[in-house]
Design a protein around this ligand. Structure first.
Ligand SMILES: [Zn+2]
Length: 413
């Protein structure tokens, strides 16, 4: 199984599928079409049925049930695009056989080293086969490892008809990294009761809580006058913006928070005397605290409007996604079965809140409860990204075990 996983991830990684927030098309980039079309051919070749790609680049396929039991249809999802943080062009994966626990020279010419000094968790992978970058790009194991794992699990189930299962649906989706993954996802056409994104990090990750998320763009309008004769006349919008930011609690920022703590994050500040724009993201796990954070933004703006005039401050705030826990807890079996699958395989489940969102956060609110399970990767989105092939094989086994458990727990028709 390891060879198939290496072959698949390497082949997918070489296609540049970086998404582009500036693009209005879906998928946002042409490279994602290249991968989508490749995956369609591969799904047909391994014997999947109802293989489709729609006009927005969403690939779907079916593994038909081979049991008479009333098993709910479950789905597995992975995204085809790679992060915008670092280049995904000319990815050149490197294979490290039976890793010795020491420094890995990613790039001799540029002297780029993946070292356990900087990344102590590397020590866990002694003896594993690792796939790394060549130091100049990201790897794209996020989330092509998930695609490779789902593909390999489906092929295994097709080749082992003695394993009984219900109907399984799979989907490979575009533009997760720019937050649009689920936007054009056809939940009805997918037709699953539950799904799992195979898009997590290290071995054992099982996630069903994400932030509640909003963004706010606050524009400050100043009044520019020659500085020599500005007394009592000039209003400097940069200073209005600074005053606004000073009202936010200093410690409720990404660099000061962890675990279940929420924050306000100033993403960008652009301006001059005449006009300044602050762009924030607002995050909290708790729905009440999330609402309170948004209210705080409004209150500070109102205070400054009172002081400087209503027309000087303009807020545009909108919600981005919500904590999927609200939608998953009522159908907790979707998490319990993944938990059981991991423990059956001797993998310790690591349940922690995602300090971000996944496609599952949005899908859960679109009627498809979708927790997230590990791929086995580390250091996503940058040159130090790597993945253990041994743990990829475990992810494949978790997918197969989840499929088995749904069948075993189902009632006979
Ligand atoms: Zn991802």
């Amino acid at each position: 199984m390891k060879q198939e996983l290496i072959e698949r991830l390497t082949r997918y990684a070489k296609i540049d599928t970086q998404s582009d927030p500036a693009s209005n098309t879906c998928p946002s980039t042409e490279g994602q079409w290249t991968l989508a079309n490749m995956l369609v051919e591969e799904l047909k070749a391994i014997g999947m049925e109802e293989v489709t790609v729609d006009e927005n680049g969403y690939v779907m396929a079916t593994l038909p049930a081979n049991t008479d039991k009333a098993v709910p249809t479950i789905g597995f999802l992975a995204h085809m695009d790679t992060a915008t943080d670092f280049t995904g062009a000319n990815v050149n994966p490197q294979i490290v056989e039976s890793y010795d626990g020491g420094d890995i020279l990613l790039n001799k010419d540029l002297h780029i080293i993946l070292s356990p000094t900087d990344f102590p968790e590397l020590s866990r992978y002694k003896g594993h086969t690792l796939i790394t970058t060549d130091g100049t790009t990201l790897l794209g194991a996020d989330n092509k490892a998930g695609i490779a794992e789902i593909m390999t699990a489906m092929e295994y189930l097709i080749k082992h008809p003695e394993i009984k299962h219900g109907k399984v649906r799979i989907a490979f989706t575009p533009d997760e990294e720019i937050g649009r993954g689920p936007h054009k996802f056809d939940v009805a056409a997918f037709g699953a009761k539950y799904a799992y994104t195979v898009d997590g990090g290290p071995l054992g990750e099982l996630e069903y809580e994400s932030f509640n998320a909003a963004q706010a763009k606050i524009t400050f309008k100043g009044k520019n006058v020659h500085p020599g004769s500005a007394k009592g006349k000039m209003i400097n919008s940069l200073k209005l913006a600074m005053e606004f930011h000073a009202h936010l609690p200093r410690n409720e920022a990404p660099e000061h928070t962890e675990g279940y703590e929420g924050f306000y994050h100033l993403l960008s500040c652009q301006g001059d005397v005449e006009q300044t724009t602050l762009h924030y993201i607002i995050r909290d796990f708790d729905r009440g605290k999330f609402a309170a954070r948004k209210a705080t933004i409004e209150e500070i703006a109102a205070k400054l409007q009172e002081k400087y005039g209503k027309e000087r401050i303009h807020i545009e705030m909108s919600d981005q996604y919500y904590n999927m826990r609200e939608k998953i807890e009522p159908v907790k079996e979707v998490v319990d079965i993944a938990y059981e699958a991991m423990t059956n395989l001797g993998i310790e489940p690591i349940i922690k809140p995602i300090r971000g969102g996944t496609d599952g956060s949005q899908l859960s609110y679109m009627g498809l409860p979708t927790p997230n399970i590990f791929t086995g990767g580390e250091n996503f989105h940058g040159r130090y990204e790597y993945i253990s092939v041994d743990n990829m094989a475990k992810a494949v086994n978790v997918i197969i075990e989840i499929v088995k458990l749904f069948e075993q727990k189902a009632a006979t028709k």
